[in-house]
Design a binder for this molecule. Sequence first.
Ligand code: FDA
Length: 395
Amino acid sequence: MDHVDIAILGAGAAGLFCAGSLAGSGRRVLVLDHARAPGEKIRISGGGRCNFTNLATSYDRFLSSTPRFAASALAGYRPRDFVDLVDRAGIAWHEKTLGQLFCDGSAKEIVSLLLDRMRGTELRLGVSVTGLRQDGGRFVVETSAGPVSASQVIVATGGKSIPKMGATGIGYELAKSFGHHLIEPRPGLVPLTFAEQDLDLSRPLAGVALDAVTSHGSGKSATRFADAVLFTHRGLSGPAILQISSFWQPGDELRVDLFPKGDLAALLREARGQGGRVQLRTTLARWLPARLADAVAVELGLAEARLADQGNPVLDRVAARISDWRLKPVGSEGWRTAEVTVGGVSCAEIHAKTMESRLQPGLYFIGEVVDVTGWLGGYNFQWAWASAEAAAQAI
Ligand code: FDA
């Protein structure tokens, strides 16, 4: 049986980065992946430009059942460290908004950087990992091309999002077979879907996008995101919805403020004070997309209403419908489109500094397979790099 010092399962962001950090260490490193090409999610990330890190990275930008777990690895490998790599590779980049760094050219440049960096290690593609066991102090990785023996194993097989891109959830099965517990994986950074009756408003608005604030929870513990919202045929999407979707669970209510720029009720009263025979919907369209203004007026039975005829309670109702829209999505678009997995291998059984299993020495978990999920905006790649580096330094 083929023997290697370190087997890395998965040639995605975390696996490739880890191999690069181990290259030149004098040990035989083998990376296995069932895909035909490495780093497929990197290639399609950030709309093809790869949002490869976020300058505002901090552990509180991540969801985890062990909230501070990511802090140590993130402190050990910072966004600037990755930017240095990108600069040394001569890859041009820019900051978009909110600390998000993107390639000027193509995400493929990041894949090439990672592949160059891991020279000296071996990458075997088209090989499915099917199991993992211990045998006489060594690991045996079961694969579609036969077993491989390894002294240490790094599980970097990612989560379950986008099966078409190669996601399998095998990492969870491997973890469970060594006694690890899972935080139930669920789709994150994903468009949300509505029940049929709630689609009456949103379906005709499909394609309309506007700035909004989405929130989940209430009071001080509420989570809020200010960004764009996009109406779809099935519900809502756009960055503010993707962000809040990672916090949402079936049955939860979300609040959406579709006019975060000001006090809509006050603006409507002021406009009414200016007199005239203008329709309510026409006035609303001064501040909102016309299709949304129309849809809200129709929904509230005010399609033909003139602003001058409306009392304060009506204007307050209109404003609340727009600024404090409460909705209960019935679901999400699921693994098919989710950008990430929320949940995964419980951090309670992994050492935060090294990513090594607390249950099985020599076994490591890095990247998305772990119960650490970043917000939208480059945080997930930063976690992949940082957790991979933590494992590589420890091994
Ligand atoms: P990743 O999924 O990258 O790699 C896992 C690897 O394991 C894959 O290559 C897979 O083929 C392999 N594998 C799985 N099962 C296997 C098996 N049984 N046998 C062999 N191999 C197996 N993040 C970010 O920070 N900025 C961004 O711009 C984006 N954009 C983005 C767009 C889209 C469309 C998606 C889907 C995701 C993003 N992300 C992102 C998220 C980011 O892509 C993700 O968090 C990282 O790729 C996770 O890296 P991992 O290496 O952990 O898993």
